[in-house]
Write a protein that binds this ligand. Structure first.
Ligand code: SAM
Length: 231
C-alpha cells in the first residue's frame, strides 16, 4: 500500500550539519530555529489557536538519512554504535519512511512562521505535520525505557583563550544565545563513542554561520579553541 505525503513547512535551524546535533530535543534549550510554513499553510488560519500552546510535536522527514532498502536492525549511537537493535526499538534516523518526531518549545507564532527552541532538527528539514503537545495524554508518569532511562551523560566543556569573547561577539551579531548553544551541544560529546582522539586532533562544526573548533586535551574534557565566521 502506498500513500504520498508532502511537506507543510521547512525548518530553518541553527544546525547546518548533522554532526553535534543533540540526540533528542530539550538537551540543548538554546538550539533555536523556525518552521517556515509552505502555501496554503502560510496563512494565519492554519495556526489560529496555537498561541495557547507551549510545546508542539513536529513530525518531519530525516531527509539526509533516506535509504531505498529498509533496515530491520540498526546500531544506535546511544548504545555505543556496536550493539544492534530492532529498528522499531530505537529512534534511529535510518528507518522505514524516514519519519522523525520531536516535542519542542513554541517560542512564537506568526502567520507562516513558528519560532522554536530546544530543537534537534537539521536546517532544511521538511516538516510533515505539526500538532499541539497535550500534557495529560502525552506525558506518561510511569513510562520506562531501559535502553534510554535518562538523558545521556555530559562531558565538561572549557573555553580556550579568545574563544569565549569570539562566541560572545557572534552571539551579539546574530542575536542568538550562541555561548549557551555551543556549551549545551558540546556537553553532549558529539564524537562517535568508539573514537579516542589524541589531544592534537581538532573537531569542528557549523552552528548558524560560525565554525566552532575544539579538541580533547583529555578523554573526559572538551576545550573550545575558536569560534570563527565562515564566509
Ligand atoms: N527526536 C527525533 C526522533 O526521535 O524521531 C530525532 C531523533 S534522531 C536520534 C536525532 C538526530 O537526527 C540528530 O542528532 C541529527 O543528527 C539527526 N537529524 C536531525 N534532522 C535530520 C534530518 N533532516 N535528516 C537526517 N538526520 C537528521
Amino acid at each position: 500500500m502506498q500513500h504520498s505525503v508532502s511537506a507543510v513547512g521547512i525548518v530553518r535551524s541553527c544546525f547546518k550539519e548533522k554532526f553535534a546535533i543533540p540526540r533528542q530535543p530539550h538537551l540543548a534549550p538554546a538550539a533555536r530555529g523556525v518552521v517556515e510554513l509552505i502555501p496554503p499553510f502560510d496563512q494565519g488560519d492554519a495556526v489560529a489557536g496555537l498561541e495557547q500552546v507551549s510545546h508542539i510535536w513536529i513530525l518531519f522527514l530525516f531527509h539526509q538519512a533516506l535509504e531505498d532498502k529498509p533496515r530491520l536492525k540498526v546500531r544506535p549511537p546511544r548504545l555505543g554504535g556496536n550493539k544492534s537493535m530492532g529498528v522499531f526499538a530505537t529512534r534511529a534516523t535510518h528507518r522505514p519512511n524516514g519519519i522523525g518526531q520531536s516535542v519542542v518549545r513554541l517560542e512564537g507564532v506568526e502567520p507562516g512562521r513558528l519560532r522554536l527552541s530546544g530543537i534537534d532538527l537539521l536546517d532544511g528539514t521538511p516538516v510533515l505535520d505539526i500538532k499541539p503537545y497535550v500534557p495529560y495524554a502525552d506525558s506518561v508518569g510511569d513510562a520506562r525505557n531501559q535502553m534510554a532511562s535518562e538523558a545521556p551523560p555530559s562531558i565538561a566543556v572549557q573555553w580556550h583563550d579568545n574563544a569565549l569573547p569570539q562566541a560572545r561577539a557572534h552571539a551579539l551579531r546574530l542575536s542568538e544565545p550562541l555561548v549557551e548553544l555551543i556549551e549545551q551541544c558540546l556537553a553532549q560529546d558529539p564524537r562517535p563513542a568508539y573514537q579516542v582522539p589524541s589531544p592534537e586532533r581538532v573537531y569542528g562544526v557549523k552552528f548558524w554561520d560560525v565554525q566552532v573548533r575544539w579538541h580533547y586535551p583529555q578523554a573526559d574534557l572538551i576545550r573550545i579553541l575558536e569560534v570563527v565566521r565562515e564566509r
